[in-house]
Design a protein around this ligand. Structure first.
Ligand code: SAH
Ligand code: SF4
Length: 382
């Protein structure tokens, strides 16, 4: 199935909303009077039971199941490689079938277990069109946006791999999957790609992940990270309202233009303005700013002081990320002492500034280390 030409690929039911499911059912001749009920049944099988095929859907007649299977698929990603770090972090290399424009593509999805939560780091694009100089994904050509089904599919796959679909209990009133019992409790859109360059698909996937009658993720437990696509930050606040993380990394345009080149289009002033407007819409009123610690580049106390000024008036947390090296990277990570000094300065100024512990470095699963071989294998079909 994976290598099937796009023309023979059946549409996936994953990431269809209720109306789209009803339309899909209508297209195969289900009577109008049954559409709502059948769409609800499918929704239940897909998002509560985690069905990967139509056979187990026993409250749907055999004839209809066969018809569904003949016309649609339940498009879970294929796992090409699975690695487990010595710290328990898992990384899956997943493959999606060919589309009209590209051959099969691969991205990485990472699961980070912690004592209080388990966080899934989801990719939104194959490669990235941006070229942040410290990021491995930035060295990879942008191949294509992932579809909503492919984004949501990563979450569904991880729930299966971690046993969340089996483990959940739900009562007859429809309350599903108590958060405490979930292994995948949090989602961060921090994998490969810039999620706000793929806004519609990311939105569709996240709105389904948030739906209370299905996967029922909490708004406070989904974070979207962006390099700073200002117009879509406003849209995120209006249309998705999940937690926001901004990849800041520099306090002056001059330096940010180099580290995060999208800054030339949306400079700091505009970015900070958008952040001032966001918190009232965000579930916890706090924005996370990511700041990668690069030796001798952005790690002085002058930088720290500028950061305090820049974020004045924004309810903020700063995640200090020790730079994770990758083959061929030209930066070095600041020393532990320098990172701690930077963190202490911010904390004294009233800004929470935890130092992120790198996870899964040994399997190249840490922030900024993700990269797939897709560009080498993609066959242009046009
Ligand atoms: N494109 C989005 C989301 C993916 S990157 C964005 O840029 O926000 C997730 C986070 O990892 C970003 O904050 C990014 O700046 C950071 N990052 C990238 N390369 C890194 C590296 N080598 N070491 C540490 N963090 C890195
Ligand atoms: Fe793309 Fe984010 Fe990497 Fe920049 S840091 S190249 S935006 S994935």
């Amino acid at each position: 199935m994976t290598d099937a030409p796009a023309t023979t690929l059946k549409p996936s039911l994953i990431a269809m909303d209720h109306d789209q499911l009803a339309e899909a059912l209508q297209s195969i001749g289900v009577p109008d009077a049954q559409l709502n009920m059948r769409a609800k049944q499918l929704w239940h099988w897909l998002y509560i039971r985690g069905a990967k095929s139509f056979e187990p859907m026993l409250n749907i007649s055999k004839a209809l199941r066969e018809q569904l299977a003949a016309n649609f698929r339940i498009g879970y990603p294929e796992i090409v490689d699975a690695q487990v770090s010595k710290d328990g972090t898992r990384k899956w290399l997943v493959r999606f079938p060919a589309t009209e424009k590209t051959g099969p593509v691969e991205v990485e999805t990472v699961y980070i277990p912690e004592s209080e939560r388990g966080t899934l780091c989801v990719s939104s694009q194959v490669g990235c069109s941006l070229t942040c100089t410290f990021c491995h994904t930035g060295t990879q050509t942008m191949v294509r946006n992932l579809t909503a089904a492919e984004i949501l599919g990563q979450m569904m796959l991880a729930r299966h791999e971690m046993g969340d679909f089996q483990g959940q209990e739900f009562d007859p009133s429809g309350v599903i999957a108590p958060l405490a019992g979930r292994r995948v409790s949090n989602v961060v859109m921090m994998g490969m790609g810039e999620p706000l360059f793929n806004f519609e698909n990311v939105k569709q996937a996240l709105l389904i992940a948030l739906d209370e009658s299905g996967l029922n993720f909490s708004r406070r437990r989904i974070t979207l990270s962006t390099s700073g696509v200002v117009p879509e930050i406003y849209r995120t606040g209006d249309e998705i309202r999940v937690m926001l993380a901004i990849s800041l990394h520099a306090t002056r345009d001059e330096l940010r233009d180099v580290l995060v080149p999208i800054n030339r289009k949306y400079p700091l002033e505009k970015l900070i303005e958008a952040c001032h407007d966001y918190p009232e819409k965000s579930p916890s009123r706090r924005i996370t700013f990511e700041y990668v610690m690069l030796k001798g580049v952005n790690d002085s106390l002058v930088d720290a002081a500028e950061l305090v000024d820049l974020l004045d008036g924004i309810p903020a947390k700063i995640n200090l990320i020790p730079f994770n090296p990758w083959p061929g990277s030209e930066y070095e990570c600041s020393s532990r002492k320098v990172i701690e000094r930077f963190s202490d300065y911010l904390e004294e100024a009233g800004l929470p500034a935890p130092i992120r512990t790198p996870r899964g470095r040994d399997i190249l699963a840490a922030c900024g280390q993700l990269k797939s071989e897709s560009k080498k294998t993609v066959v242009k079909l046009k």
